[in-house]
Structures are given as C-alpha cells and as structure tokens.
Design a protein around this ligand. Structure first.
Ligand code: ADP
Ligand code: MG
Length: 317
C-alpha cells in the first residue's frame, strides 16, 4: 500500500464510530476479526456500484456514500437481519479529498444511524466503483426467505412504488432539487431495516424491490412455486408517478421501474399480533393475494387481467 492510500484510509475510513460490539479487530490489520454472538447466525450480502452503470457519472458524493450503504442495508432488511458490520472495496480514479470527505460523510451518517461498523476494505486506483459487503445478525434458524409464500397469503409493499424510477429520469435531466420527493427516493433510498425485523417470524416471504415490483415479486413467486394476482387500484403510487404513467399511456410503468428499495412481502391470512402491529404502524399497503395459478397477474379493474411474468401480455378476464 502506498503512503497516499494509507493516509486516506486513516483520514477518511478509520474513524471513531459508534460502538458495535463484536469487532475484535477492525481496520488496520490484514483481516478483521468478528465475534458472532452465541445463538446467532451471520447474514452476508455484497453489492457493487459502478459509475456510469449503477449510478450516473458525477453523482453528488454525499448521496452516493449514502446510497452504496443503503442498497446493502436493504438486502439485510429483506432477510429480517440486524445490521452489524460492513466492509468496503473502493476504486478511485484519483485521490480527491473533497470528494472523499463528502462521500464518507454520507456513508457514516447512515452507518451510525443503523449501528453498523466499517471493519475493513480495500482501496485501489481505477474507474470509480464501490463494492460493499454487509454482515447482519439473525437468531439461529430465523430468517425471511423468498420461498415461503403460500396460496391465500396477502401481498404487501412498503412505501410507494415507482418514485425512484421517476427520480432517475429527473436526475438524468440534471435536476438538483432537495424538495423533489422522487429525486430524493432515487438518490437517498431509506432501507426498511425496522420493518424487516418486525416481519421476521411473521411474513411468509420477503424481498427488497431493487429491479422493479414485477421482477422482484416474480422472484418470490418462482421461489415459492405459486402465482399472484394484484389489484391495480391498490398500488401505492405518488401523484407524480401516476401523472408520468398517464403521459406515457402506460399504467403498468410503475411495476417495471427499479431502485425503490421498499419491501414486498406476504402475510398469512391469520395474522399474529406482531403482524397486525406492522399493518397498523408502518406504511404498508396490501396489493394482492397469492394464488395457485403460476405467474403474476394484474387486475386492471376495467375487465382486463394483464400478465406481467413474460413481459406485457394482455388478455381478457
Ligand atoms: P492488505 O494489503 O493487507 O490487503 P490494505 O493495505 O489493503 O491491506 O489495507 C490496510 C487496512 O486498511 C486493512 O485493515 C483494510 O481492511 C483497511 N482498508 C483498506 N481500504 C479500506 C476502505 N476503503 N475502507 C475501510 N477499510 C479499508
Ligand atoms: Mg488490500
């Protein structure tokens, strides 16, 4: 490691962080050493974000620092895991201290909010790219999988759908507006960690929505060997998204846009008290039901059922 690299690790990545128990050795040696508490298991996930592929060139570094961690936290949320540790491999075109200072400000603000500790990583030179490996904790045997949905279960989503997709379009037009809800949900998604933990032991299946509701719900359906029917009228979307879909003359647009990082999950009809609390306390919306007939169907409420498992396939109800 060059002295320049060493100094940026010291200056930007090795900071005093909120105490996270279980990190026996952190940044500075060849490996980190972690204590996994007894009766717990590690949930591990990795995501890479490459400039020009996963985020727009010239993205404001503070929101980028937030987003690289948020998309990884979202994977832990989808499993019901409690965030614990994170490792970061970053490739930088050059050492730009102002950029690094903003990037790490965004990263550590979110890390501290969730009590997750940066325990190591790698720093290299090249085209801008960030890979995060995140580790969370789950009580042994408890987890939210994609594969547990049963016929008759209700299907829910958190938050609203399609806003981040519209935000991406706005970001491409270089709109820089902190008041724009869609733009903010694209730039600074909020991982649904608390909701995921409440769903643990209550939801029959869960996934986070990164590639679009139809694509991600289809992952649950395939893993669970079931199908689903959604009620289009129930889909929670902002007025701006509704208007955008109207302009495109494509009511189904919000189902196919990514980056929402909301949770899509299924609940058995007979709900436990905790599941009732989720429905009453969190902003979740019931959007449909699991059926035995395979595939994903949207009831458009105009006499049409639209299949969204193999592209757009229209047929009469
Ligand atoms: P090695 O050459 O043994 O892989 P490095 O020189 O790459 O070690 O890193 C030195 C220390 O700094 C290691 O503990 C490593 O985990 C940590 N580190 C390097 N880059 C980062 C980063 N971007 N974020 C956090 N820790 C980092
Ligand atoms: Mg290294």
């Amino acid at each position: 490691m060059s002295s320049a690299e060493f100094s940026i690790i010291e200056q930007f990545f090795r900071r005093t962080q909120h105490q996270q128990s279980g990190c026996a050795v952190g940044i500075g040696d060849d490996c980190a050493i972690l204590d996994v508490p007894e009766n717990m298991q590690l949930a591990v996930s990795t995501d890479t974000l490459v400039e020009g592929v996963h985020f727009l060139s010239g993205t404001e570094p503070k929101s980028l620092g937030h987003k690289v961690l948020a998309v990884n936290l979202s994977d832990l949320a989808a499993m019901g895991a409690k965030p614990a540790w994170v490792s970061m491999a970053i490739t930088l075109p050059s050492i730009n201290k102002e950029w690094l200072s903003k990037f790490t400000a965004g990263f550590f603000a979110l890390a501290n909010r969730h009590g997750v500790k940066l325990i190591g990583g790698d720093t290299t030179q090249g085209p801008l790219s960030i890979t995060i490996s995140i580790m969370g904790l789950l009580p042994v045997g408890q987890r939210l999988l994609r594969s547990g949905a049963k016929v008759g279960d209700d299907i829910y989503v958190s938050g609203t759908i399609g806003g981040a997709g519209l935000g991406l379009l706005k970001a491409k037009q270089a709109s820089d507006n902190s008041e724009d809800v869609d733009l903010q949900s694209y730039l600074k998604p909020i991982p649904k960690i608390k909701l995921g933990q409440k769903l643990l032991n209550n939801a029959s299946a869960c996934i986070d929505i990164s590639d679009g509701l139809s694509a991600d719900l289809n992952h649950i359906l395939k893993a669970s060997a079931v199908g689903a029917k959604l009620d289009h009228d129930l889909l929670p979307i902002n007025e701006s998204v509704r208007e955008h879909a109207r302009q495109l003359d494509d009511e189904l647009w919000p189902y196919s846009t990514g980056d929402d990082y909301e949770l899509c999950f299924t609940l058995p009809k007979k709900l436990s008290e905790e599941a009732m609390d989720v429905i009453n306390d969190d902003s979740v919306t019931k959007i449909g039901v699991i059926e035995s007939e395979l595939g994903l169907r949207i009831d458009m409420k105009n006499g049409q059922l639209v299949s969204l498992d193999k592209g757009y396939e229209h047929f009469e109800k």
